[in-house]
Design a protein around this ligand. Structure first.
Ligand code: PEP
Ligand code: MN
Length: 339
């Protein structure tokens, strides 16, 4: 249930309601907007109705939400969520540019990638240290050594680090090094993992599952938020369809739809979304037009030598050119990319 407090509600009235609800053993989430405060109550509506909410001082109205996501919605929080990643925002006017190799392969490869994507305009360095690969015989990642290399790259370039967490066990160690925790497509419905990152005080980049509906993606985000971590970034990265020219089908209508339903920032991964480097730039530009708050792009100093996803990785030069185009598109959309 959502309790919409009136514009003039006093802090004491808000606290009074929260106390009454918590006395019943229910969990409360509070969204303090510029104008109104909204209280989300998790738990049985049958129990909540023991309190005459609509008669209480400061309450404008209540909205009953049964078996649905609520914390992710604009009903709960009408204004956009802007996430501050140690000084760099995601979800505000500035379009977030994340770039780097699919996997951390060596210190040399990573530092070179970091320097090149920074020159190209990225503010975030991506790179997997733990890689969820389709085949057990493929490169699985450098694990903690890779995390240390990411930290070194941050030290040298100031870029924020986005890296994947593949299980609850390794979540604390990844969180020690990362600025943003990435949940991969294959783990979007790993509910234990979602709960684990929900308890960590770091932003989470949640990728849409390979065959997940938008509703399932939003429920996954709700799992994280329900643990108290409201800093979730949704990522469209393509879904499985009958089309096999592209690795996945990048669903750009998802971007516009998610922005309508949810207050959370939405970014797009045109690399995994297409699987073909030649399609990355056009789809990245289309993503901005569709309303994306950012892009996450695979860039490798030598894509032909990449240990994973070389076919969809941009060269640094192509990445630079893409960001230059994106600057113009952002301007036309009333947004910006600061180089
Ligand atoms: C990745 O970002 O390298 C990755 C494995 O992505 P996804 O989970 O979207 O397949
Ligand atoms: Mn990849």
């Amino acid at each position: 249930m959502l309790i919409i407090m009136s514009k003039t509600a006093k802090q004491s009235q808000i606290e009074n309601i929260i106390n009454r609800i918590e006395e019943l053993g229910l969990k409360v989430h509070v969204s303090k907007g510029d104008v109104k405060t909204i209280i989300g109550v998790i738990g049985s509506e049958r129990i909540i109705t023991q309190i005459p909410l609509e008669a209480m001082h400061g309450v404008e109205k209540t909205i009953s939400i049964t078996s649905n996501y609520q914390l992710v919605t604009r009903d709960f929080k009408p204004e956009n969520t802007v996430i501050d990643v140690n000084g760099v925002e995601i979800g505000g006017l500035e379009i977030a540019i994340m770039a780097g190799p699919c996997a951390v392969e060596s210190l040399e490869q990573l530092i070179l990638s970091a320097k090149l994507v920074k020159e190209g305009g990225a503010k975030f360095l991506r790179g997997g240290a733990y890689k969820p690969r389709t085949s057990p015989y493929s490169f699985q990642g450098l694990e903690e050594d890779g995390l240390k290399m990411l930290a070194k790259a941050r030290e040298e370039t100031g870029l924020k680090i986005v890296t994947e967490v593949i299980d609850s066990e390794s979540a604390p160690i990844v969180a020690e090094y990362a600025d943003v925790l990435q949940i991969g497509a294959r783990n979007m419905q790993n509910f234990q993992l979602l709960k684990a990152v929900g308890k960590i005080n770091k932003p989470v980049l949640l990728k849409r599952g390979l065959a997940a509906t938008l509703s399932e993606l939003l429920y996954a985000a709700e799992y994280i938020m329900n643990e108290g971590n409201y800093n979730v970034i949704l990522c469209e990265r393509g879904i499985r369809t009958f089309e096999d020219y592209t690795r996945n089908t990048l669903d750009l209508s998802a971007v516009a739809a998610l922005k309508q339903i949810s207050h959370l920032p939405v970014i797009v991964d045109p690399s995994h979304g297409t699987g073909r480097w030649k399609l990355v730039a056009p789809m990245a530009k289309a993503a901005l037009a569709a309303g994306a708050d950012g892009l996450i792009i695979e860039v490798h100093p030598n894509p032909e030598d990449a240990l994973s996803d070389g076919a969809q990785s941009l060269t640094p030069e192509n990445f630079n050119n893409l960001v230059k185009d994106c600057v113009l598109i952002a301007e036309a959309l009333g947004r910006k990319i600061t180089l």
